[in-house]
Design a protein around this ligand. Structure first.
Ligand code: AMP
Ligand code: GLY
Length: 415
């Protein structure tokens, strides 16, 4: 099968790598990165160029398009591909609203009876401020629309909450700031569930946990994710079948009742509270870096499964998953998620023996591999135990060097 993967991060490298393991697919990627270039042919089309991507898929006569990031999905890439008869693993714009609007996601959950934090939507500053009052630390403030992972705030006090609300209503995220969701703050352990969906059917990938804060012991600003482990520790008595039947399937059926045929990944960010799992957010794509920790454990030919989902076909009841654990640590440029310098040579990749290294912010300059973004690489290792996989990940990661490299040292070790 000929497959186009859209995107250029560690998640897309992991997808292309997992598809390449079956050996039966011809893989192309747009725009890709230097790591992906080793296993797929790259085409320099941006993820925001919907017409360019549709033309590429048609010109290359691909059998399937897999979309990594949310932006082209919200912009309707999957709809355009389907209009041309090209199967796409990724929902159309109507389904992508689950990620594109936090309030739409809340409405769907309410109609479907899915447990989530109680929330209210506001379109003016004064009402939001009054609602929060002096109890800011009981609430979470969220920009309603896409904000590249930067639109969620957990204020410590009402002064901080007011500042956040003022910025959001002043248009910090453009249109995203026009509506603001204020919701109850939940306590517990976080788990990411990724479900492969074909209309009203789904099969879930092994659960994982992402570490979003920049610093060890969950300190510092939120980032796109500094590492992930699969399966997550401390959740031995959680039933993932429960997540499938009580969260994913009801949402798919609610969407279907509104005429939305969801084909792609539904990602539920869960908080495992004392009252059971509750949904923090939905994404309509694979998580990054969760994908880098999940896919190394999955043994099926995902190409066939994604194609079946993309065409509304049947899904297997279960996936074939290796016993053991996989952990992944992200190596970032010093200064990320704020400003950072680029162009530093990356060394040591030739010494890696035991890990898969997924590229994200890398580039080739004068024939050398250099840093080209904030999230540079992620290093993933499997082990029989979580500790074993973590030891191996950090041992291999230590072999890689670039100026200003930064990574969390407690992935999988803090909850
Ligand atoms: P989101 O992008 O909605 O997943 O939010 C980013 C992070 O903010 C989550 O991974 C949680 O750590 C935190 N968060 C979001 N919503 C809540 C909530 N209702 N209660 C507690 N923490 C939350
Ligand atoms: N790791 C969080 C996300 O992909 O949204």
């Amino acid at each position: 099968m000929k497959i186009l993967v859209v995107g250029s991060g560690g998640r897309e490298h992991a997808l292309v790598w997992a598809l390449s393991r079956s050996g039966d697919h011809s893989l192309i990627c747009a725009p890709g990165n230097p790591g992906i270039a080793e296993i797929a042919k790259l085409f320099p089309v941006k993820v925001s160029d919907i017409d360019g991507l549709v033309n590429l898929a048609a010109h290359e006569k691909v059998d399937l398009v897999i979309v990594g990031p949310e932006v082209p999905l919200v912009a309707g890439l999957a709809d355009e591909l389907r209009r041309k008869g090209i199967p796409c693993f990724g929902p159309g714009a109507a389904g992508a609203r689950l990620e594109g609007s936090k309030w739409f996601a809340k409405e769907i959950m309410e109609s479907a009876g899915v447990p989530t934090a109680c929330g209210k939507v506001f379109s003016d500053l004064a009402s939001a401020r009054e609602y929060i009052g002096e109890d800011a630390c009981k609430y979470v403030i969220k920009a309603d629309g896409l904000a590249a992972g930067k639109g969620v705030f957990l204020p410590d006090d009402s002064v901080e909450a007011c500042g956040i609300l003022e910025e959001l209503f002043a248009g910090k995220f453009g249109e995203s700031g026009v509506q603001v969701v204020v919701e109850e703050r939940l306590l517990g352990r976080e788990v990411s569930i990724l479900a492969i969906c074909s209309g009203e059917e789904c099969v879930i990938l092994p659960p994982s946990r992402d570490h979003k804060r920049l610093g060890d012991a969950d300190t510092g600003p939120n980032t796109g994710g500094m590492g992930a482990v699969c399966p997550p520790p401390g959740t031995d008595n959680c039933s993932w079948e429960h997540a499938r039947t009580r969260i994913i399937l009801p949402v798919l059926s609610e969407l279907a009742s509104r005429g939305i045929d969801f084909r792609g990944v539904l990602y539920a960010g869960l908080m495992i509270t004392d009252d059971g799992p509750k949904v923090l957010e939905f994404n309509v794509r694979f998580g990054d870096p969760e994908t880098q920790a999940v896919l190394p454990l999955v043994l099926d030919d995902l190409g066939e499964i994604f194609l079946s989902a993309a065409t509304g076909g049947p899904l297997p009841e279960h996936l074939t998953v290796e016993d053991g654990f996989c952990s992944c640590a992200v190596m970032a440029s010093g200064g990320y998620p704020g400003t950072y310098e680029k162009g530093f040579p990356i060394t040591g990749l030739d010494k890696i023996e035991d890990a898969v290294v997924f590229h994200a912010g890398t580039a080739i300059e004068n024939g050398r591999l250099v840093t080209g973004g904030g999230r540079v690489l992620s290093v993933a290792c499997i082990g029989d135990t979580l500790e074993g996989s973590l030891d191996r990940t950090y041992r291999e990661l230590d072999k890689i060097d670039f100026k200003g490299k930064f990574y969390r040292k407690d992935i999988g070790r803090t909850v």
